[in-house]
Design a protein around this ligand. Structure first.
Ligand SMILES: Nc1ncnc2c1ncn2[C@@H]1O[C@H](COP(=O)(O)OP(=O)(O)OP(=O)(O)O)[C@@H](O)[C@H]1O
Length: 256
């Protein structure tokens, strides 16, 4: 709980900074993700969105600033420790192993071996309550193929759905999604958007996405990153109307 009696957001960034040599990529970034909300992070190419996600996930150490997750300061923790605390990340680039079956992909991500994994795409096995929750969240992501189908034969959109399932079976407390729509065709993109809509309100999501239709359909709040700094955080209507954002970013996307 915060001093005001409201629950602390699941994720709080306070003054997060990262430079690669002389290139300052994230600048004094402060934002939060509240329970149950979809918070979209948008911005032009190279604005620092993936770099910020990597700092939240723990694969990049911030140069300055603090990161609180689920009530604890995790700034000094690595990827595995943050994942164990419930941070789930779906990458911009596909990480499925083509020769594995969809089922085995999900098991592999259990990361503590078979006893801890959830066979999300198959029936059976004794499950804990947490596993049941993860399994039920992941169910809508089931690719339209048998679970023992090699993952390499899935379409791009099915792989993205599988990756989401691989993350959800671990029952994360927060989902970090980096451009889930990237590379998908229209029909696949719509199916993925529907999957994300089905998760809305059930799990908080920090969503990096260039597809503005998806962003404005899903987001409760939007933060706009420009040259590594948060230009505005607000509800979609306020962000859409902001003149600085329109000039710097949305102006390129008049179709929004
Ligand atoms: N490991 C790295 N070393 C050096 N520069 C990097 C590294 N990672 C990212 N950058 C640079 O940091 C800047 C921000 O990159 P980042 O991938 O975070 O942007 P982005 O907003 O996610 O872009 P996009 O929307 O195109 O995915 C870019 O100029 C990129 O070249």
């Amino acid at each position: 709980m915060t001093g005001t009696g409201t629950p602390e957001p699941i994720l709080v960034l306070d003054g997060v900074e990262k430079a690669f040599g002389a290139l300052q990529v994230t600048r004094n970034v402060s934002l939060d993700v509240r329970a149950g909300e979809v918070h979209a992070l948008i911005g032009p190419n190279g604005a620092g969105k993936t770099t910020l996600i990597s700092q939240i996930a723990g694969s990049l150490r911030p140069d300055a600033g603090r990161i609180r997750f689920d009530g604890a300061d995790v700034t000094g923790l690595g990827v595995a420790a943050r994942a164990r605390r419930g941070l789930g990340r779906v990458f911009q680039i596909s990480h499925v192993v083509g020769s594995f079956t969809a089922l085995r992909e999900c098991r592999g991500r259990g990361d503590r071996g078979r006893r801890r994994c959830v066979p999300v795409l198959a029936a059976g096995a004794r499950r804990s309550r947490a596993q049941d929750e993860g399994r039920s969240r992941a169910r809508p992501c089931r690719p339209g193929r048998p679970p023992r189908h090699p993952a390499g034969s899935l379409s791009h959109g099915e792989r993205r759905a599988l990756e989401l399932a691989m993350c959800l079976v671990q029952n994360p407390k927060l989902l970090l999604l980096d451009e889930p729509m990237a590379g998908t065709g229209r029909a696949e993109g719509e199916r993925l958007t529907e999957l994300l809509v089905s998760l809305k309100g059930r799990i908080p999501i920090l969503l990096v996405e260039h597809d503005m239709n998806t962003v404005f359909r899903l987001a409760d709040r939007i933060s706009v990153l420009i040259y590594g700094a948060v230009a505005i955080t607000g509800e979609p209507a306020a962000v859409r109307a902001d003149p600085v954002v329109r000039r710097a970013y949305l102006g390129e996307e008049e179709a929004v």
